[in-house]
Write a protein that binds this ligand. Sequence first.
Ligand SMILES: Nc1ncnc2c1ncn2[C@@H]1O[C@H](COP(=O)(O)OP(=O)(O)O)[C@@H](O)[C@H]1O
Ligand SMILES: [Mg+2]
Length: 309
Amino acid sequence: MEKLIELKNIEKVFKSHKLISVKKDDYVAVKNVSLDIEKNTIFGLVGESGCGKTTLARSVMLLDPPGSGEILFNGTNIAALSGKDLKPYRARMQIVFQDPNSALNPKMSVYNCMKEGLVNIRYPRDKIRFRINELLDLVGISPGHAERFPHEFSGGQKQRIVIARALSMEPEFLVLDEPVSNLDVSIQAQIINLLLDLKDEFSLTYLFISHDLNLVSYLSDQVAVMYKGQIVESAETEKIMESPLHPYTLRLFSSAPGQEKNELFEAEEGYSDGLPDGFTYFPPCAESLLRLIDTGDGHKVGCYAFNGS
Ligand SMILES: Nc1ncnc2c1ncn2[C@@H]1O[C@H](COP(=O)(O)OP(=O)(O)O)[C@@H](O)[C@H]1O
Ligand SMILES: [Mg+2]
């Protein structure tokens, strides 16, 4: 399998806004994240709210570039590019956010929202109308409604329009950051099915982000679990579902709303089930670094060495 995206040691620190910068107030939102996304697959990233998923997504898209690390797109480190060298890559990767309302300008018709991007990539002007109709049709929006404004559509329809606009750039890679979390449950499955169809039709590669491990495992070929800015476990979906290792992954699997937190995760220092001798899921000292070790067949789990090295 060929890798489309490789993240290497991505780190994102939000500086404290105090006038006199105090380093201890800096907030490490994404810490040392490395992962590979194979072409034409879905990579699921899961973790609870605030763990750094959107920050990582924005870093990958270079909307808010990472402080350090590499983002390889087909082998090219795009984090090191700028200006006209970066521009072609910007079109090749697109993002769909959770809230379609903030993605669509309320003062612009759907037609004009979509035209902007096409003009930007110098799409032939005389073909723009045809192209927009084709894209709307593709996502299940009647092209006859192109002159309408965003508020005239439902949440699900707005998300379809956002997806159509992303596709207008003819991307290879889509970051889907909780694309159905704001939608009614009845609509969620429709949008998910649309995304799956589009992936097949256009040979797309997805980074699918969600707080919902069940949804992520249903969709993804590969799953990574994020906790406090770090990946704590990643594997092929079947492996992580059949034998989740990290206590946090176990907690995500068992956490229905209102359920007690997994006590294993909260309390038991030194818990080390499924790890080789000398490793633990919890740090023996505050300074020790989380490392991902491969427990076999690419099933990686974050843990600490006893000696802290
Ligand atoms: N621009 C920012 N400045 C400072 N802190 C931020 C900024 N964006 C996000 N954060 C913080 O980074 C952490 C991760 O946020 P986010 O990436 O949005 O998490 P998630 O998408 O997993 O819910 C949160 O604690 C959030 O408050
Ligand atoms: Mg988010």
